[in-house]
Design a binder for this molecule. Sequence first.
Ligand code: IDP
Ligand code: MG
Length: 157
Amino acid sequence: MLERTLVLFKPDAIQRGLIGEILTRFEKKGLRVIGLKMRCFERATLEEHYSVHKERPFYPALLKFMSSGPVVALALEGKDAIEVVRKLMGKTNSRQAEPGTIRGDFGMSFSNNLVHGSDGPEAAAKELKLFFGGAGELVDWKPATLEWVYSIEEELR
Ligand code: IDP
Ligand code: MG
């Protein structure tokens, strides 16, 4: 199914100069970038984004970390994009993430794990609205490579 998902590059990714490396992984995979922005997001936005973890012991530290510097927000589209992105990211604890994944290749930390990706369709819808809810913020465009990234017979019908 054609899906949209939200990715965040966390402050550690920005501070370590990994924006390009990480963005390249998603682009090369064949996911379509339909929204991209860099901000120091307001605390209220980040609180809302992570509200499912409100009761967890790591929540205050997570908010402090996420508001410690600029964050890149990325909206991606593709077949099964939510699961594909989660696989590219790797396990939450970077030390346990498989080599070849973003966290597995670039991270050593549980909390400073470089990227966020929506974990399901409901979360994706909520998070896309939160970070790209304004008019015209998501761009609908057709990549010239689309019919080469997917098989026309199997996936593009
Ligand atoms: P996810 O980012 O892989 O979906 P979640 O369980 O949704 O992982 O947790 C959100 C974020 O909170 C993680 O990416 C990580 O930055 C942080 N986090 C989660 N669990 C822990 C923990 O046990 N210790 C420290 N940080 C944690
Ligand atoms: Mg999560």
